[in-house]
Design a protein around this ligand. Sequence first.
Ligand SMILES: NC(=O)c1ccc[n+]([C@@H]2O[C@H](COP(=O)([O-])OP(=O)(O)OC[C@H]3O[C@@H](n4cnc5c(N)ncnc54)[C@H](OP(=O)(O)O)[C@@H]3O)[C@@H](O)[C@H]2O)c1
Length: 246
Amino acid sequence: MSQVLVIGAGSAIAEATARIYAGRGDRLFLVARDAVRLDIVADDLRVRGAEQVDVLVADLTDHDRHAEIIAAAMDAMPELDIVLVAHGILPDQENCQQNVEDTLYSIDVNFLSVVALLTPLANQLEERAKGTVAVISSVAGDRGRQSNYVYGSAKSGLDAFLQGMRNRLSKSAVHVLTIKPGFVDTPMTAHIPERGILWAQPEDVAAGIVKAIDKRRNVVYLPGFWALIMLIVRSIPETIFKKLSL
Ligand SMILES: NC(=O)c1ccc[n+]([C@@H]2O[C@H](COP(=O)([O-])OP(=O)(O)OC[C@H]3O[C@@H](n4cnc5c(N)ncnc54)[C@H](OP(=O)(O)O)[C@@H]3O)[C@@H](O)[C@H]2O)c1
């Protein structure tokens, strides 16, 4: 039985992942902003077999509450095995270009709040010399594109932060996983009208996340074909890339 902390548990990808752990009879501690949705998710996970499910309502941009969140999770689950960080927003790029506040808010949700949470959490896991930190980043962090570079830059900063944390915590046997999904059919992308062959369902991404955690992978693209797509995207010379409208 594992003890799993899910931060941003209202996310469709996080919920699908938590269902897999519930099915294994694991213990879960869920943190999310929407109290009503949190209770619905928690009840569902109990029915699906979770040994115990605790919940805490928090807006994760409220950094002052992070110490309380970590203390409550550690209290409920002293043997904490897995931390999944899933919260995020996909801001409107054009709106961000006209609005510094919206840009900085997006950087806060997608990057700063994660850094603020993981900084004390990493120290605790390092001291205990065990555990996994799995964080949902995005393929968007692999290269800045004109259509979403505010979102992409936050995820890119997150990738570098996790890379360094992995390097540091590997000496204490703490596993750090960077998860890079492509297009996933969730409320975050509900406004995008077209759905093509590149799109995945949250359940498929969740299965990939659990597998990558079990296998102690460092970085995982989900679905896996995104590794090849992003290799190609990253290798386009900047002189050509800036002429494209991606
Ligand atoms: N969907 C995709 O195509 C895709 C692709 C690559 C990466 N990702 C990443 O996958 C992760 C999960 O997203 P998803 O696709 O599952 O979308 P989702 O269902 O819309 O989930 C995003 C979650 O983040 C929560 N959240 C946003 N701001 C928050 C805040 N300040 N405090 C607490 N919670 C907050 C939302 O809470 P509320 O419900 O209260 O708003 C929501 O539950 C995100 O990190 C996203 O960037 C998604």
